[in-house]
Write a protein that binds this ligand. Structure first.
Ligand SMILES: Cc1ncc(COP(=O)(O)O)c(C=O)c1O
Length: 405
């Protein structure tokens, strides 16, 4: 007699499964964790441990915890919603608590936004390249992806009418990372933001404005957000997160959206995770209440500015004209395009060689649905010190030389 039952084969799955692509970026976390040799990490878009206020978090986590381990309200802990609104006010932004929904990281904000908007076969415009998990989430709702090119001023919005006409279907959603874009580091110009708002109106589409990096501007002039250009516009869903300015492991973000949509978003979240982890919400709320965030962000800006220049200068000194890069005014990333002697190198094939040489990055094809940009690499300058960045660039050079040998 045995208690185990036999089974025939894989269970019948949903058609959606074919559109679950997984994330090259997220998978690199476990790939890199399994390496035992020293690696300079240009891969994940994560702040380094020394830039995370861990001691403050530990102190706040140990604070009296009455009720903090219970279920919380789906829309978020009232203290955190209040503090997020106050923080936005300090940044000069209008923020209505009735429009805020706390999410489990920016990723859940994206998931909810696409869930509310997209039926199978609907079109979503995305930047090419764009954030891998943005595409992945749209595809998980069986969206058709329409790729729009970018240049140094972000999405080339002028091309959209032609691209949409050729595609034959107007978009339901336009997904953009307008500031210090992931992966390119570029920022959408004011004129293009205005034009995108106009097109969204014309096409009856929603702009999903995903902006984890906007507060991390270390040079140049800020560009007004879509919501500042069109206050209260229900066609704008703002996806925000504390992952890049505080810590990604907290998994705390928020959505800012029309109150009617917010109620639907709450319904959607209730069938996902009921509420975002309550202790983590309180750590962030208490941290904000202590008024420490502005000074912390000011420090990050200085550090990231120095790191960007360390990377750009090391790349220029090492590679000269053989590669070109973007020159971001904030955020975490720059985009490197291989040229000259390296023009034929495939960034995916280079990856294992680079890893062996002790440097990691994300290959270009991870950032499009069509798998293009084989000659491009996303480099994150946020994670490593200037010395480590220079070491990483030397290692990348050795890897590239081996690849063309
Ligand atoms: C553009 C963009 N959106 C969303 C996210 C996800 O943020 P979170 O880690 O808070 O889920 C990231 C993280 O890399 C990102 O770069």
């Amino acid at each position: 007699m045995t208690n185990t039952l036999s089974y025939a084969s894989t269970p019948r799955l949903s058609s959606r499964v074919e559109q679950l692509h997984g994330s090259v970026i997220d998978s690199s976390t476990s790939l890199l964790a399994s390496q035992t040799h020293d690696i300079v990490r240009f891969a994940m878009g994560a702040p380094n441990a020394e830039l995370i206020p861990e001691a403050d978090f530990a102190r706040l986590f140990a604070a009296p915890s009455q009720g903090r381990f219970d279920y919380g309200a789906t829309e978020g802990e009232p203290e955190l919603i209040r503090e997020v609104a106050a923080q936005l006010h300090r940044q000069g932004l209008a923020a209505d608590p009735e429009r805020i929904l706390i999410t489990t990281g920016g990723m859940q904000g994206l998931d909810i936004a696409f869930k509310l908007l997209i039926d199978a076969g609907d079109t979503v415009v995305v930047e090419a390249p764009t954030y891998t998990n943005g595409i992945g989430t749209a595809q998980s709702y069986q969206a058709r992806i329409l790729e729009a090119p970018i240049d140094q001023d972000g999405m080339v919005v002028e091309e959209l009418p032609r691209l949409v006409a050729e595609h034959g279907q107007t978009p339901k959603a336009i997904y953009t990372v307008p500031n210090f874009q992931n992966p390119s580091g570029t920022t959408m110009s004011l004129e293009r933001r205005r034009e995108l708002l106009r097109l969204a109106e014309e096409w009856d589409a929603v702009i999903i404005d995903d902006d984890p990096y906007g507060t991390l501007r270390f040079e140049g002039e800020p560009v007004p957000s879509f919501a500042e250009l069109s206050p209260g516009n229900p066609r704008i869903i703002q996806v925000r997160t504390f992952s890049k300015v505080l810590a990604p492991g907290l998994r705390i973000g928020w959505l800012e959206l029309d109150p009617a949509l917010r109620q639907l978003a709450i319904n959607a979240k209730q069938s996902m995770d009921t509420c975002t982890g309550v202790p983590m919400q309180h750590i962030v709320a208490d941290y904000l209440a202590e008024g420490a965030l502005d000074a912390h962000i000011a420090r990050l800006r200085g550090v990231y500015r120095e790191r960007k220049y360390a990377l750009i200068n090391a790349l220029a000194d090492t590679f000269g004209e053989e590669v070109t890069t973007t020159n971001p005014e904030g955020g975490f990333f720059l985009w490197l395009t291989l040229g000259g002697r390296y023009a034929q190198v495939d960034a995916e094939e280079l990856f294992p060689i680079a890893l062996r040489h002790g440097v990691a990055y994300i290959p270009g094809p991870a950032f499009t649905a069509s798998g293009t940009f084989h000659n491009a690499l996303r480099l994150c300058f946020a994670t490593s010190s200037p010395d480590r960045i220079r070491e990483g660039v030397s290692r990348l050079h050795r890897a590239l030389e081996e690849a063309i040998a």
